[in-house]
Design a protein around this ligand. Structure first.
Ligand SMILES: [Ca+2]
Ligand SMILES: [Ca+2]
Length: 396
């Protein structure tokens, strides 16, 4: 009753779709109009053989000017969106393209095209050489879509165009934990805090907790995972850390079993793979690790890649498998920090407090699965708080 978790599945369909569930693409209308325009010269061409030479004159009058693409000795680039930016189906897409510095942009326009070269929209180019697109032509169906931008000069359209990829996703999860939700199940020392977040441990020693979602699972492939984290105010220097994991197991029963087996301390309540336990499947974890572990085989099953506090992506529920990481010396300041992890076809991008800190290709095949938060303390302690979970997935 209190869940804020929303899956925006084909929201557009509520008003725009027939019973088939298919989405009516607004662009189709424009596509048709465009091809109408395009076919008019062809129509005239069909008449030509009948009318023979006498109609040649009217032919040139009737026919719309034939566009001859020209070579443009200037360039233009996308300023927004970023590569593979995430949208739910039907979201407005805003794009900005900047032209090279020219003396005069009078009568220059920008064409926004699809892969096949159809014109989906046109816009002006302002006095600074900037062209703006705002619309839903590229976000009406799920998938990895591409915006193509072609400059049209007073002498004709340029014979090249630039492109930008977008991720349009069928599912968009929003959970702000303002109220206690029956969709989320707490285990161990974790609890929902009436202040409007979930806490994994509290500041006691030897705590270990988890919160998992029993309703929704995450699709494989492209996805964007975002949340707010807050840690600190502990003792003995602060530890151990907390994590958000998507583990590819089919049932919540299995999920429960693995959570119950996960190592505390350096395992941060998710360590069940590799030297940490018997899990051999696929998982992806975003960990916020505030304690440097060194392998000893008895209660420490991996060595961390840095002695500093760090945020890392690990795989297969193995806290020793750091795919990518970055140092976060300030993370235990007990202030909220925003984390965003984009898994796109060519790389993983991580943004910390809005700044890109990782853009690498660790060759990860994201398999999706079931999601849970976890965290633990040891001799040293901290609060381990998560809030404002947002996930775009099911984008391919
Ligand atoms: Ca650690
Ligand atoms: Ca680590």
């Amino acid at each position: 009753m209190s869940i804020r978790s929303i899956i925006l599945i084909s929201t557009l369909c509520l008003s725009a779709c027939a019973g088939s569930g298919k989405i009516i693409i607004p662009a189709e209308t424009e596509d048709t109009a465009t091809s109408d325009t395009d076919t008019s010269p062809t129509d005239t061409g069909i008449v030509d053989p009948i009318d023979t030479a006498t109609t040649d004159t009217s032919d040139t009058v009737d026919t719309e000017p034939v566009e001859v693409p020209i070579t443009c000795d200037f360039s233009w680039t996308f300023q927004a969106p970023q590569d593979y930016e995430f949208y739910a189906i039907g979201d407005t897409v805003d794009a900005t393209v900047q032209l090279d510095n020219l003396n005069d942009y009078t009568d220059f326009t920008m064409r926004w095209e699809n892969r096949g070269g159809e014109i989906l929209a046109e816009s002006t180019i302002d006095g600074t050489g900037q062209a703006l697109y705002t619309g839903t032509e590229y976000s009406s169906t799920k998938g990895l879509h591409t915006i193509y931008a072609r400059v049209v000069t007073p002498q004709g359209p340029c014979d090249t165009r630039i492109e930008k990829s977008l991720s349009v996703c069928n599912a968009h999860i929003l959970e702000d934990f303002t109220t206690e939700s029956t969709n989320w199940v707490t285990r161990g020392d974790a609890y929902w805090d009436p202040n409007g977040w979930v806490e994994m441990t509290g500041t006691g020693q030897g705590k270990n907790g988890a919160v998992y979602n029993k309703v929704e699972s995450i699709a494989s492939g492209v996805a964007s995972i975002r949340f707010t984290l807050k840690t600190g105010n502990g003792m003995n220097g602060g530890a151990d850390g907390f994590a958000f994991t998507i583990i590819n197991v089919p049932t919540t029963t299995e999920l429960e079993n693995w959570i119950a087996q996960a190592n505390s301390g350096g395992g941060m309540g998710y360590g069940v793979g590799g030297a940490s336990g018997g899990f051999t499947g696929d998982a992806l974890t975003v960990e916020i690790d505030t304690w440097h572990n060194t392998y000893n085989g008895s209660n420490e099953f991996h060595t961390d890649p840095t002695t500093n506090s760090h945020i890392a992506i690990t795989k297969n529920a193995d806290p020793g498998e750091h795919l990518v990481y970055f140092d976060t010396p300030n993370v235990e300041d007990f202030q909220p920090h925003d984390l965003r992890v984009d898994i796109v076809p060519s790389n993983i991008k991580v943004f910390y407090d809005g700044s890109e800190v990782i853009n690498e290709n660790p060759q990860l095949a994201f398999k999706g699965g079931q999601m849970f938060f976890s965290g633990s303390t040891g001799w040293a302690t901290n609060h381990h708080i998560f809030d404002n979970l947002e996930i775009y997935h099911d984008c391919q």
